[in-house]
Design a binder for this molecule. Structure first.
Ligand SMILES: Nc1ncnc2c1ncn2[C@@H]1O[C@H](COP(=O)(O)OP(=O)(O)O)[C@@H](O)[C@H]1O
Ligand SMILES: [Mg+2]
Length: 366
């Protein structure tokens, strides 16, 4: 997938920007606070309809303005043109794809695959289990409709059950019969979620291992394993049993504590738990390898490379490693990079790069 044209109207610090891209590696340079990340954000919103910065479209509206409008023209691998337009005014979002109105955002997901790597995402390797589940859930929701609807149903059940548990706790009641109905559903959807996640990991980890070894020059071997309180050989029956055994505890806590919404991924580097023993550099490299694997995985499933957005990555990565990253991305993957150091662009195929300078919401070719 390639972005050929981007239009921003009252988006963040942009007035009216109309810019075309004819290269696969696009670099936005400039000082801090000029609007580099805003550009990456706009591109991600075109593909995902959500911002990595906020859930509130109001924040994306230029200060003091009444509306914003953004649009993108993409081409897929078969040279089909894809056009997406998003406008926002009076608290209303209007999204059209190929000039047809999108009523449900999830119906659109996957049409314009985007993978981004932004500094905030360091929490995927350093943060709590929730961050790693989000990584998997977001990726799979994008490319697997069934996963998305399973997850939606599952989350709904958990929410409803939590409400009941909360009420029971408040009333000091241990009348647990009514949560059996919810537990049946948790077993049903939860074990399918587990199966899909494990199946995904099998394919994903292959890419991941190769990529980590490659970019670390053979220094680091990595692995990813699924971690759960349930016995993974008999997940479904064990889930059922643990739900039943822990019923009173859940009521006591007023919270649903058993199920795949508590599962985690364990990241190992050279045989040690990254979270416990990894250096800062290892965390960073692991994260980059996760994202590059995401790109490869999406391509393996959908036969289309996503557009890759890299925000301020290169500040902490040494030249040898970033050259390796460039080598992977040179493989027909359109990559947008924001950086204050445009020197890193030299590592990419020079016939395929373009550098823009960003100054206070204006973008100019260098
Ligand atoms: N809704 C908005 N309207 C106008 N300007 C905004 C809005 N949101 C952020 N900005 C401005 O955008 C700038 C930050 O842009 P950003 O892309 O994050 O910078 P950088 O070039 O460092 O990546 C700041 O100057 C900020 O004030
Ligand atoms: Mg920035």
């Amino acid at each position: 997938m390639k972005l050929n044209k981007l239009i921003l109207d009252n988006f963040r610090n942009y007035n009216d920007l109309d810019i075309t891209f004819d290269k696969d590696v696009v670099c936005f340079t400039g000082l801090n606070g000029q609007g580099k990340t805003n550009l990456i954000e706009a591109i991600s919103v075109l593909g995902l309809l959500n911002s990595f910065r906020t859930n509130n479209y109001d924040e994306m509206k230029k200060f003091g303005e009444e509306y914003f409008f953004i649009s993108g023209e993409f081409t897929d691998k078969n040279d089909n043109r894809l056009s997406i337009k998003i406008s926002y005014s009076d608290k209303k979002k209007k999204v059209t794809f190929q000039d047809k109105k999108i009523l449900k955002f999830s119906d659109f997901w996957g049409n314009i695959p985007i993978v981004y790597l932004i500094p905030d995402e360091s929490v995927i390797t350093t943060g709590p289990p929730l961050e790693r589940r989000k990584f998997v859930d977001k990726l799979l929701s994008m490319i697997d409709r069934e996963y998305f609807s399973l997850l939606k149903n599952y989350s709904k059940i958990i929410k409803q059950k939590n409400k009941i548990l909360f009420d029971l706790k408040k009333e000091n009641s241990f009348q647990t019969e009514m949560i059996d109905v919810y537990n049946d559903q948790i077993v049903l959807y939860g074990s399918k979620l587990f199966e899909k996640r494990v199946e995904f990991l099998k394919g994903f980890e292959k890419f991941f291992k190769d990529i980590l070894i490659f970019i670390s020059d053979g220094l680091f071997g990595g692995s990813i394993s699924y971690s759960s309180e349930m016995d993974q050989k008999s997940y479904s029956s064990d889930l059922r049993e643990k739900l039943s055994v822990n019923k009173r505890t859940e009521v006591y806590r007023g919270l649903s504590i058993i199920g795949p919404h508590k599962d985690d991924l364990i990241f190992d580097i050279n045989g040690n738990d990254l979270r416990k023993y990894g250096s800062k550099g290892q965390h960073k490299l692991f994260l980059v390898a996760l994202k590059l694997s995401e790109i490869k995985y999406i391509k393996s499933i959908t036969d289309e490379y996503p557009v890759f957005l890299l925000d301020d990555l290169y500040s902490e990565i040494d030249e040898k490693k970033s050259a390796k990253i460039a080598k992977i991305l040179d493989e027909d993957i359109q990559t947008f990079i924001t950086t204050s150091n445009s020197g890193i662009i030299k590592q990419f195929d020079q016939n395929n790069t373009k550098i823009f300078n960003v100054i206070n919401g204006a973008v100019n070719l260098v």
